[in-house]
Write a protein that binds this ligand. Sequence first.
Ligand code: M6R
Length: 606
Amino acid sequence: MCGIVGILGTQPVADDLVDALKRLEYRGYDSAGISTVENGVLGRLRAKGKLKNLQKRLNEAPLQGHAGIGHTRWATHGAPNESNAHPHMTDKVAVVHNGIIENFKALRDKLESEGAHFESDTDTEVIVHLISEELASGRAPEQAVHGVLAQLEGAFAIAVIFGGHDDLMIGARRGSPLAIGYGEDQMYLGSDAIALAPFTDRVSYMEDGDWVILTRSSATILDEGGQEVERKITKSFASAMLVDKGNHRHFMAKEIHQQPEVIAHTLGYYVDLTKNIVKIPDFDIDFKTLPRITISACGTAYYAGLVAKYWFERYARLPVEIDVASEMRYREAPMEPGGLALFISQSGETADTLATLRYCREQKQHVAAVVNVKESTIARESDAVLPTLAGPEIGVASTKAFTCQLTVLACLAIKAGRERGHISKDEEVELVTQLVELPRHISSVLKNEHLFEKIAHGLAHKRDVLYLGRGSSYPIALEGALKLKEISYIHAEGYAAGELKHGPIALIDEDVPVVVVAPKDDLFEKTVSNMQEVAARGGQIILLTDDQEAAENFNAASSFVVPKAHSFTNPLLFAVPVQLLAYHTAVFMGTDVDQPRNLAKSVTVE
Ligand code: M6R
């Protein structure tokens, strides 16, 4: 997936395009490029790697056009090099594209057999040649694009400018998001409203199949059949400020340290702090009669859902089915009408999660979403939105969004437990009080952050690391392993501690550190037995616990003790040490912590 932007301005637009691309870098950062049209002539600059490389090229050879498009890429078809960087163009047309053209191979074969010369390995370039062909046969740009859209299969958003047309831009959306920004005698297109925030807060969101013809003074939105349609212009609340790192070396460090504050904010929204009871605004699901919850999400958000499964089942006796969205969307799972389908997503744009949401809607489920970006597609397509108040998360590795998701889900599980009669009023107050204590406990973990620098030395340069946990600590083991692999590039796997003996134990030797997430709860002794099995085979244990005595008595290579809390809130508390462990290992290894290789913050392709 990629970020796209387009501007029809009254001054040279190159700098504004780059500014917008900075806000879209979370969608990809393999390469970037812009194209402008100046006195009818298309110009282009592209560069491999981060935006700063493009910026350097622009400083050396500025583009002066008042109309332009820009792109920041996460490679799908073709290596992340300059020739595959967008925009792709001929002298007639320049195109930026987010998404995948599924039938590109057939289209490319046909175009090549007709004499087209391709310069890249991308699927995008077929759009350029198809539009150029249409233009060459005498069609107007609007007709040309409409004709080509009908030939494309897949999910995509595009922005197109044309040689010979200084006041024209066309955008189209099928599957991938695209917003229109309305300025004073200026018009904009962007993958999201955040990209457009410095220029305008008047935004409309295109719907699937829509395409738009923009001039500086008009926006004509049409549906797939070419009929004009109305899309509401709304006020965007996306901030024009670029978020900075503060005093931290990385966004990830800043975001880890923001957790006490943002969890407290989130609690302020979901808890009546005068009575320590849960209040969930705008959420009218009747948990008493609800037959089941189906949860779906991807990556870290999925692990938040997995913790919630333990909570809903244990504290509300409510059956939960959970699956990663990339599987669930194709499983054709039968669903009893009237169930609750709950989606969790930081960005609210993850393609697999969105597709699963649409499937569940077809299956007549109530759709609710825990999202961090309130204006996102997932939020807009849900019946009920449960916002996390984490603020913008810039680091690709999700940290504060995860713990805020857990905070919301914990409140929801308490509400479900209360309504279903499995949590008494006093128990509700006790559980909420424990949640309210969390920011203080997390702050105390953060005060001891320096201890992780030493522990991280033990992990750095290892080839494999295992993470173990039982019960609601199991998803935290999975999350710990994901965090470590995505930012340090060390191979790591999370396992349910009891599964160790069913295979993974074969991996254990003195070179495989095993991180054990082991709060002293009702499953602690079982986990200790698994640690013994590891120790007996020479494995090096890194113990994360809340029991000082256990940490001293168990012969671990290293250990970290978090404050004693309630077993209900432990997944939130233990999330922080696994984040710090991954962060310090990555820093020690010198990787690109905030923008690790091959990843993007928001995955809007399958
Ligand atoms: O925006 P989403 O929460 O839907 O994203 C889901 C995953 O792509 C995301 O959590 C990913 O696994 C993170 N990089 C993990 O740190």
